[in-house]
Design a protein around this ligand. Sequence first.
Ligand code: NAD
Length: 262
Amino acid sequence: MKKGACAIVNDCGDEMGASNQLHAAAEWIASAHAVAVLTGAGLSQESGVPTFRGPDGLWRRYRPEELATPDAFARDPHLVWEWYDWRRSVIARAEPNPAHYALAELERRVAQFALLTQNVDGLEEAAGCRNILRLHGDIWLLRCVGCGREEKNRTVPLPTLPPGCACGALLRPGVVWFGEPLPTEVLERAFAAAGQAKVFLVVGTSAVVQPAASLPLVAKQAGARVIEVNLEPTPLSPIADAAFYAPAGEILPQLLQVGVRQ
Ligand code: NAD
């Protein structure tokens, strides 16, 4: 294991080392005036929202890469909407978990805070986060493929699949699909936040989907301390200054509480 990183569960096996790492990381956070956080599906796992790459039961016959694409929607909008309608129903029952609330608390404490999320569930906002850059869109947004009109819609289940717009064209989920570009302005602001951060937290992302996975590298190159929280190492782990391999709902509140006590 690289110097400076420590898996606090299983791998490290050194309780003192783990606690020192937690203490150090909490200090970095407590003394940083600018903190950016990149989150992925793992943040919402403890809220009961399945991650993309976890076992989905109902949908295990399909890979997300086969459903979350413009081609899939063009081929079979009903199937794609069935999947999104199911995901919306799962998310509608979910509530923010301690990791979401810890991020909201962090935002209140830090002068300059940015949450760069790949999640589309809106649970960060429900927990109280405000400065959120949604890299992959919003599952509660519907967008017309014809006239481009957008509407917020939290109806679960949707009465008709696929839903239609008043102009006669189909509505699609307001999320970014595989093969689609990320919204330019959001992406620019995310890279700017990464470049300004003194501490960059990476929480619950497998760090394989670009360009989001580049954000921690940009932060690191600009001099930020990178802290990873995940259940397991990822391609980003080698650049982490500290890494905690345990549920985000356990680690994030600890990172903040230790900071308060110092
Ligand atoms: P992913 O499924 O590829 O990876 C999830 C990561 O979270 C894994 O590395 C896993 O080890 C880790 N993880 C799981 N449970 C955790 C926990 N309790 N604490 C800490 N880490 C945990 O997800 P990703 O990296 O976000 O993948 C990209 C795509 O998934 C994004 O495009 C995103 O839009 C989409 N997605 C979003 C949601 C959501 O909005 N909640 C759900 C599923 C997928």
